[in-house]
Design a protein around this ligand. Structure first.
Ligand SMILES: *Cc1c(COP(=O)(O)O)cnc(C)c1O
Length: 418
């Protein structure tokens, strides 16, 4: 890695040297067949599948390789594999690494579709999943790490509930047992350096802040050792993973401005989180940079910043329907999945939380906010009006009907049992 600072590297990565003749940006290359001058050359280059070599479209084009270099740079790793979605960036390394008889430890606060993949798909291949408390301490983790536990998955902070995990401890203990740590580092982009804390495989949904404009679905898997790269690359190719070069090109374009967008969204979100924590309707703000968030001390120790995504727990006087009425009334916050775009979003989250252990009781209805690049005072004005709607709906003791986020439905659209 160069000695340039982060902002400078974002501008240089995946490009030609600054003063070479040609366009500023890497080319958008679409292609399947690559032609060779003769059969011998074709055989030779076919041996270079672990490198950024243009062999066949599936193995990547110049556009893919530029983005892979960029993400490896941002994550602080050595090799990156671009895949079709953030979810594929979770499922591909798990399928590539685990085998029948193995066990994976997964935090109870994990992203819903990761849980579904473990329960519905990994189980079919004879891999068992054990859920653990995201705030697990060393002694309990050691007790869970039996010989067949090959991977400990971490996601810090947790989806919707934002518990920040003690990732360095989890890595140290897992490595003592010969296991590997896979991390969903989507929230920690730029602000958590996975490999310097001991993580083996880092996962990014590029759909979020790298894309940054709510217009692509893309994922990246990054590693920092040749050994990890060889099984990962082989597994990704075996599984036929590919991403559109057009989407990769958009991700590269998004990544150039990652730093300024993230700075602005981080500042807006912190301001709103602090303001929210002074509101009487709010019981607790789940923002890793605030002391009210579980694991805040690990955030302070391990992260260099935060981002625009956080949660709010309301006072018990407000039921689910009241939160829905509030969200429906907001003018500047869209209602929809995903985050990391330039525009703000709000989502009631209570019914998206599934837990296997007793770790999901927050004592009130919950809301997740993704803060965009709008003027922060406009967003606060909108929330002030929304909170007035919330108050007007004060609990009436009528049981509210659960409503599940799409991501929690099973493949046939059935709601989970609660
Ligand atoms: C959105 C998200 C993903 C999945 O990304 P997609 O590109 O939508 O598949 C994975 N992990 C986390 C934490 C996410 O928020």
């Amino acid at each position: 890695m160069s000695t340039n600072r982060f902002e400078t590297r974002l501008g240089l990565s995946g490009r030609r040297p600054v003063k070479s003749h040609g366009y500023v940006n890497p080319k958008l290359v679409r292609g399947s067949t690559v032609l060779y001058p003769n059969c011998a050359d074709r055989r030779e280059i076919g041996k270079r599948r672990l490198e950024q070599a243009e062999i066949y479209g599936l193995y990547g084009t110049e556009t893919h390789f530029a983005l892979e270099s960029m993400i490896a740079e941002i994550e602080g790793g050595t090799h990156c594999q671009i895949v079709s979605s953030g979810l594929a960036a979770i499922t591909v390394p798990l399928l590539a690494y685990l085998k029948a008889g193995d066990r994976i430890l997964v935090p109870d606060s994990v992203y819903g579709p990761t849980r579904r993949f473990c329960d519905a798909t990994l189980s079919k291949f004879g891999v068992t999943t054990t859920y653990y408390d995201p705030m697990i301490v060393e002694r309990d983790l050691r007790a869970m790490l039996t010989a067949e536990a090959k991977v400990v998955f971490v996601e810090s902070p947790g989806s919707h509930t934002f518990e920040v995990q003690d990732v360095p401890m989890i890595c140290r203990v897992t490595h003592d047992f010969g296991g590997k740590v896979f991390m969903d580092n989507t929230w920690g982009i730029r602000n958590f350096m996975p490999f310097s804390h001991g993580v083996d495989v880092s996962i990014q949904a590029l759909t979020k802040y790298i894309g940054g404009h709510s217009d692509i679905i893309l994922g990246a898997i990054t590693v920092a050792s040749e050994e990890d790269w060889s099984w990962l690359r082989a597994g990704a190719l075996d599984l036929g993973q590919y991403a559109s070069p057009d989407d990769c090109w958009l991700a590269l374009r998004g990544a150039r401005t990652l730093n300024v967008r993230l700075d602005a969204q981080e500042a807006n979100a912190l301001r709103i989180a602090e303001w929210m924590s002074t509101r009487p309707e709010v019981q607790k703000v789940l923002h890793p940079a605030l002391p009210s968030c579980v694991g805040h001390e690990f955030w302070k120790r391990d992260f260099s910043g935060s981002c625009g995504l956080f949660g709010v727990v309301f006072q018990p006087d407000f039921d689910y329907q009241a939160v829905v009425a509030m969200v429906d009334s907001l003018q500047l916050f869209g209602i929809g999945a995903s985050w990391g775009g330039y525009e703000s979003l709000a989502l009631p989250t209570s019914f998206t939380i599934t837990r296997s252990r007793n770790t999901g009781e927050f004592g009130g209805e919950m809301l997740r906010l993704q803060i965009g690049l709008e003027h922060v005072e406009d967003l606060i004005d909108d929330l002030v009006a929304g909170l007035a709607v919330l108050r007007s709906q004060q609990r009436t003791h009528v049981a509210s009907a659960p409503c599940f986020a799409d991501e929690m439905l099973d493949l046939y659209g059935n709601e989970p049992k609660i």
